[in-house]
Design a protein around this ligand. Structure first.
Ligand code: TRP
Length: 450
């Protein structure tokens, strides 16, 4: 069999994992959630959810991936041969394809907006901006073409392989992303009236911390750290044996949180400076911000146009590195379990996700009437993954590491055969065995009942 590829260095591992983690979730969900659920108070809860619930699962996936040394299905199969656990591997092949399909539709929107920004279309009359988003996503061809371009770019990078594709791409783009978001933060803070937005983000309001806020923090931590579908597992299977699982996890979580907070400071001050009520999701990024770039330019009007370009480029790149990590899960499975060449595996996953994505895209237009359990196709798939498949996958991964694998082998993997992290192992093991699973189950049921 062909020798498996590995990431070349610690930096490469963290860039790839951070590239997966930092994505649309950081830019359009986190800033709004923080403001909505009590500012700094929510950040504290988010931190706790990350440390006690999400990170243990991150470690669990890493441990399975590296000791299994294979894709999700293959790793489970190898660590627990002949048991039903391999089906967990299969589940995590299906959910990434679904996530990839709708994620790539939104990725396509950012492609479209980058082109519009490059054509200086946002500096036109307001009438052209207002209502554009609605018209665009409900049309038939434009969003499908954009979705195709996006998923094509993702496929192009994944085709290059672990080292020459993923590693090379994320090593260049991740530092660039941090640089660009910093530029955006500085610009945003310079706008007159930015202070209100800063207050929205930082003012702690503990009265808003209810059960929903806690559940939201957990859901967000899961999605943002790319957990529950085997993304981390697959990337960890490309880590070298002497790589530090604990440090990579902490590093990724720190980079992810830092970027999310920066995104908040890039977006909210501008939103408040323009005197607009903040909202979440696509509306915030694709409607509010183009309006702001058009209306509030510091120094000269072309500056706003330039900032729009930087902004949509940043979103596009952040979305690309995440989508790449999602696609790799399925590609690794097909290549290793079904004997496909990498090229054929990429082609198959891309085609499949493209078709589902087209349905998602059309669900904003001609297929808007198609309802699955009261949701549009897009919303249904998003909710199915975020609320059900991700937490379920995460739960099963921790249970596997905490209760199925032997403590000795878990310890060996986590501590690099006793060479490091021996002092934190006890705590991490306890979190993986008890705290994370119980926490997920509680949040699961509160979500069900509320
Ligand atoms: N974490 C990414 C974001 O914040 C999205 C993502 C990548 C993801 N891989 C994933 C989400 C796996 C869930 C599961 O946008």
């Amino acid at each position: 069999m062909k020798e498996r590829e590995h990431f070349g260095s610690r930096a490469a591992v963290i860039m790839a994992l951070a590239g997966s983690a930092i994505g649309l979730g950081n830019i359009w969900r986190f800033p709004y959630m923080v403001g909505e659920h009590g500012g700094a108070a929510f950040i504290i809860v988010y931190l706790a959810a990350s440390l006690f619930l999400a990170l243990p699962i991150f470690f669990a996936e890493s441990i399975i991936g590296r000791s299994g040394g294979s894709n999700t299905y293959g790793s489970m199969q190898k660590l627990a041969p002949g048991t039903g656990w391999k089906w967990l591997g299969l589940l995590t092949i299906i959910s990434p394809i679904i996530i990839l399909s709708y994620y790539s539709v939104v990725g396509g929107w950012s492609v479209e907006y980058l082109f519009k920004a490059l054509a200086f279309d946002f500096s036109g009359s307001d009438a052209r901006i207002e209502g554009f988003f609605g018209r665009f996503i409900s049309s038939v061809w434009e969003p499908i073409i954009a979705h195709t371009v996006f998923i094509g770019a993702v496929a192009g990078v994944v085709l290059g392989g672990v080292k020459k594709g993923i590693e090379k791409f994320t090593k260049i783009t991740m530092p660039l992303l941090f640089f660009l978001i910093l530029v955006l933060v500085v610009y945003s803070l310079l706008l007159p009236g930015a202070g209100e937005g800063v207050r929205y983000l930082v003012k702690p309001d503990f009265s808003k911390l209810d059960v929903q806020a806690v559940a939201a923090a957990m859901g967000q931590a899961f999605f943002s750290l790319s957990l529950g579908v085997g993304t981390v597992l697959t990337y960890a299977s490309y880590m070298k044996a002497d790589e530090n699982i604990f440090a990579s996890g902490l590093g990724t979580a720190a980079a992810d949180l830092f970027f999310a907070v920066l995104a908040g400071f890039a977006i909210m001050p501008a939103v408040f400076a323009a005197g607009i009520a903040p909202g979440a999701g696509p509306g915030l990024v694709f409607e509010t911000l183009p309006y702001i770039f058009n209306h509030m330019s510091l120094w000269a009007s072309w500056v706003g146009a330039l900032v729009a370009i930087v902004f949509f480029f940043t979103i596009l790149v952040a979305a690309l590195t995440s989508a790449i990590s999602i696609m790799e899960v399925g590609v690794a499975y097909l290549a290793e379990e079904k004997g496909r060449s990498r090229k054929k595996a990429v082609l198959e996953i891309t085609l499949f996700a493209w078709v589902v994505g087209v349905l998602c895209s059309l669900s904003f237009g001609p297929l808007a009437g198609v309802q699955l359990l009261g949701n549009s196709i897009f919303d249904f798939l998003d909710k199915l993954c975020s609320n059900w498949l991700l937490p379920l996958g995460g739960l099963l991964f921790t249970l596997f590491v905490g209760w199925k694998m032997s403590k000795a082998s878990v310890r060996e993997e986590f501590t690099n055969k006793g060479k490091r992290n021996t002092r934190v192992f006890g705590l991490v093991y306890f979190l993986m065995r008890f705290v994370a699973p119980i926490g997920i189950v509680i949040v699961f049921f509160t979500n069900l009942l509320l």
